[in-house]
Design a protein around this ligand. Structure first.
Ligand code: TEU
Length: 595
């Protein structure tokens, strides 16, 4: 167990919160973290704003989470990843942090957070904090101070003069041509500071300068403070953007337009590995067996292998974006959808499985708060196939090697929503993109169609607890409208039905806990080029597990001899009962333990 005294041995700086004076509740409830504990764990992501509202203000909060912990205990998850709950102006729903050591009043108080830690720990559930340290809010005291001319913190952010020969604040005067992830230039002219600052996300999310050792130490001290409060690890937001080139240069262009956003210019920088190893030692990440997962757009199998190689003292695992970018249109146009190529998806996951087989570790996900709902995207959300396709997608994900992540509502088979118009959207990305694209003359209907399939608000509609007022999420008016299908798709109905997506997911999680082959077995893809069937084996110490899944809405037939004979195998879990023949119903999947 981590104790406050051991976790806080290193010094804090005056720029950060002081260590908790008395041991907080979360740290006091013992939770075992043996070496490598996360290798057979399943993580559940909570997006607090949309999970459960306890006070009727229409926004989810920490007491709401506490009230629903038994849902997670029943599902059997080991860990909660909590999207940001820190003090924030909420320009990007909390991914713009103004105080890393306090809780936003919208979500509750530090005492609520301590109570959540204690209550989760009592149920054997660990908690990961979201660590957003590539950037802060522009309302963070560090930035407020930094923008003062002559400030000692000037170098904590990326301040640059206008491009040579250009009038500051005019189009084209930005220091580089980088585009922000949320539309418009990645640089903002700050009149007060008399300089531009870099923001890869919104203009209220200025990028921190990790070249400055004071910045790094301030971040590490803040992390130690949370470890002392009892947290069990960190999900690190765009952590592969923290090491930026010292010379900032223009991105390549095509037809005069920069290719992509600023991401390519900063991803996987030359000091990334060094910074992560420094953080690991300074915070005691490995020493305290904390779970660390780095969100890394633009990461490859090779970068992931280096960063998750235990010998390098980096991270336990990373979130790749390769598989969730396969159905995106041409470069930079996230909202132009192309049909998913199932073979490409299978092959992509295979390359990560094989690439990290000996060294490193995978994370496994279909869904999170930034992605459309998996059942609508990779499955079939029609009433006929929703449930079976959600179950089969879960089976496929959970039978890969790595740590699976379940995003809130995924265990219910929650789907993309339907919004009538742009005024229904809340996400800054969607609103900026709409204004920008329509402003440039794009067809508004086409813009809305792109948002309908890929907007992040699809994942952020309130959790559907039951079929009562506002799906049982709030007694007030929800900040984002509830998906109208809550009447049939909700937790109460799912938990009551033994054949539901919920119980299927629960059984998958139990299998991982019970059978070492699920967590550790060697991976092999079968029928790699089959456009309908996803089949794989996992092998450990002579035991082989076989998954055969029809990942389509049409019947499929397993070719003769393509998989092992299952006539005497033990059927562990299936979507359509005990059927062993070659014919698969739409979205039918079966998991066997062979001989
Ligand atoms: O996301 C970073 C990221 O690259 C995305 O998934 C991002 O949402 C996408 O590129 C937009 O098209 C992380 C967080 O998960 C996201 O919610 C934040 O908005 C972002 O960082 C900034 O903190």
């Amino acid at each position: 167990m981590t104790t406050p005294s051991s976790a806080t041995a290193a010094a804090t700086t005056s720029d950060t919160a002081s260590e908790p004076s008395s041991a907080p509740a979360g740290a006091l409830v013992t939770v075992e973290r043996p070496e490598g504990w996360w290798r057979n764990a399943v993580v559940y992501q909570i997006y607090p704003r949309s999970f459960a509202d306890s006070n009727g203000d229409g926004t989810g909060d920490i007491p709401g989470i506490i009230a629903h912990l038994d849902h997670l205990a029943e599902l059997g998850v080991d860990v909660i990843w909590l999207s940001p709950v820190y003090t924030s102006p909420m320009d990007d729903n909390g991914y713009d942090i103004a105080d890393y050591s306090d809780i936003d009043p919208l979500f509750g108080t530090l005492e609520d957070m301590d109570e959540l830690l204690a209550q989760a720990h009592r149920r054997g559930i660990k908690i990961l904090m979201d660590l957003v340290v590539n950037h802060t809010s522009d309302e963070h005291p560090w930035f407020v101070e930094s923008r003062q001319p002559g400030s000692a913190k000037r170098d904590w952010y990326w301040w640059r003069p206008a491009r040579d020969g250009h009038e500051p604040g005019t189009p084209g005067a930005e220091p580089t041509n980088w585009v922000s992830a949320f539309s418009g230039p990645a640089w903002h002219w700050d009149e007060e500071a008399g300089a531009y600052y870099l923001h890869l996300f919104t203009r209220k999310q200025p990028d921190l300068n990790w070249e400055n050792p004071e910045v790094r130490e301030a971040v590490y001290a803040m992390m130690r403070w949370w470890v002392a409060r009892g947290v069990d690890g960190f999900r690190m937001d765009v952590i592969n953007f923290i090491s930026k080139p010292t010379e900032l240069v223009d991105a390549p262009t095509q037809d005069g337009q920069p290719l992509g956003d600023g991401f390519e210019m900063v991803a996987n920088g030359h000091r990334l590995q060094e910074f992560l190893a420094e953080m690991n030692v300074a915070v005691g990440l490995d020493e305290h067996h904390l779970l660390t997962v780095g969100e890394m757009p633009g990461s490859t199998v090779e970068t992931a292998r280096t960063l998750t190689d235990r010998a390098n003292r980096g991270l336990n695992m990373v979130f790749t974006f390769e598989h969730v970018n396969l159905d995106r249109g041409p470069r930079g146009s996230k909202f132009s959808h192309v049909p998913l190529d199932l073979v490409a998806l299978k092959r992509n996951l295979e390359s990560w499985q094989l690439g990290l087989a000996e060294v490193g570790w995978n994370s496994l996900y279909w869904d999170n708060h930034d992605q459309p709902r998996a059942v609508s995207r990779f499955g079939d959300d029609s009433p006929e196939h929703r449930s079976a396709s959600a179950k089969t997608l879960a089976s496929v994900l959970h039978m890969h090697r790595g740590t699976p992540y379940v995003y809130q509502g995924e265990e219910l088979g929650m789907t993309n929503t339907q919004f009538a118009g742009i005024s229904d959207y809340r996400d800054v990305e969607a609103l900026n993109y709409h204004a920008d694209a329509v402003g440039r003359g794009a067809d508004p209907e086409a813009v809305l169609a792109g948002l309908a399939s890929h907007s992040r608000d699809n994942a952020r509609t309130p959790m559907q607890w039951d079929d009562t007022h506002q799906a049982g999420f709030t007694e007030g008016i929800p900040w984002l409208s509830v998906n109208p299908n809550y009447v049939t798709v909700n937790a109460r109905a799912e938990v009551a039905d033994p054949g539901s997506v919920f119980h299927h997911t629960r059984k998958l999680i139990a299998l991982r806990h019970e059978l070492p082959v699920v967590a550790e077995g060697r991976f092999a893809l079968l029928l790699g080029d089959d456009p309908q069937i996803w089949a794989l084996t996992r092998t450990l110490e002579g035991r082989t597990l076989l998954l055969v899944a029809n990942v389509s809405s049409q019947p499929a037939t397993v070719p003769d001899g393509a998989v092992a004979d299952v006539s005497t195998a033990q059927l562990l879990l299936a979507t359509h009962g005990d059927r062993r023949g070659a014919d698969l119903e739409p979205w039918e999947s079966r998991i066997f333990l062979l001989g």
